[in-house]
Write a protein that binds this ligand. Structure first.
Ligand SMILES: Cc1cc2nc3c(=O)[nH]c(=O)nc-3n(C[C@H](O)[C@H](O)[C@H](O)COP(=O)(O)O)c2cc1C
Length: 214
């Protein structure tokens, strides 16, 4: 019987940045739900979840994204295309939205969360406004990692994609009007038997190189 360790190591070794997907494959609703949960349940600084993930399904948008990404075929061929976005800036409304959720979910009257809200607002104002975008993006990459890991465990194939013209993509998707900026995409589905990258050996530094003890 396969142990959890076997399952994990096999998933980590068999995943790869898939370049060619089988366009006839569709992710099941059950797996799509699990993938969404792996994003939704990802950790973020203070738990603020300053992200929005769009599933790009409109063929015209997929085509335009391909063009904005040096014609990478994943955009057209993948079953689902996740586009991780961050808010343009961190507003007081976003902090309020979070504190309201804490109040509802943990059953704490908002009046008991005034100091907590002030603390959050103060901590965020301490981050230079020019650094706030990078700060939000770092957390989006954690959610991306969680999505990639879950995909591998579900025996789905994925490719994280940063290599696209963000301004062009944001513009035709109307993201500025919605108050968001694109950060990174993730194409998801099943590898095509034609994808030569599937059999390429993994290039990874050894444990000795990657880890040290201090
Ligand atoms: C943040 C990020 C952005 C990436 N952007 C692209 C991309 O635009 N196109 C692509 O084909 N692969 C992209 N990759 C995949 C990497 O090239 C790939 O993960 C790396 O070469 C290691 O190979 P492996 O994932 O197949 O083991 C990206 C990976 C990460 C983590």
């Amino acid at each position: 019987m396969e142990t959890i360790s076997d399952t994990l190591i096999h998933a980590l070794q068999s995943r790869y940045a898939t370049k060619r997907f089988d366009p006839s494959f569709s992710i099941s609703q059950e797996n799509l739900h699990l993938l969404k949960e792996s994003i939704r349940l990802a950790p973020s600084a203070f738990g603020l979840q300053l992200w929005k993930v769009f599933l790009i399904r409109t063929p015209e948008f997929r085509k335009k994204m391909t063009e904005a990404a040096h014609n990478q075929p994943q955009f057209m061929e993948a079953s689902e295309l996740f586009l991780f976005c961050r808010p343009e800036k961190i507003t007081e409304d976003l902090i309020d939205q979070f504190v309201t959720s804490v109040s509802k979910i943990r059953n704490q009257p908002k009046s008991t969360l005034v100091a907590y809200r002030q603390m959050l607002s103060g901590l965020i104002h301490n981050i230079e406004s020019s650094e706030q975008g990078t700060w939000m993006e770092k957390q989006i990459y954690i959610a991306l990692g969680s999505l990639l890991q879950s995909a591998a465990l579900l025996q789905l194939d994925a490719c994280p994609i940063e290599g696209f013209n963000h301004n062009a993509v944001d513009s035709f998707l109307g993201l500025p009007e919605k108050g968001y900026r694109s950060v990174v995409a993730c194409a998801m589905g099943k590898r095509s038997p034609e994808d030569a990258y599937a059999s390429a050996a993994k290039v990874r530094y050894s444990e000795e190189v990657v880890f040290g003890i201090l």
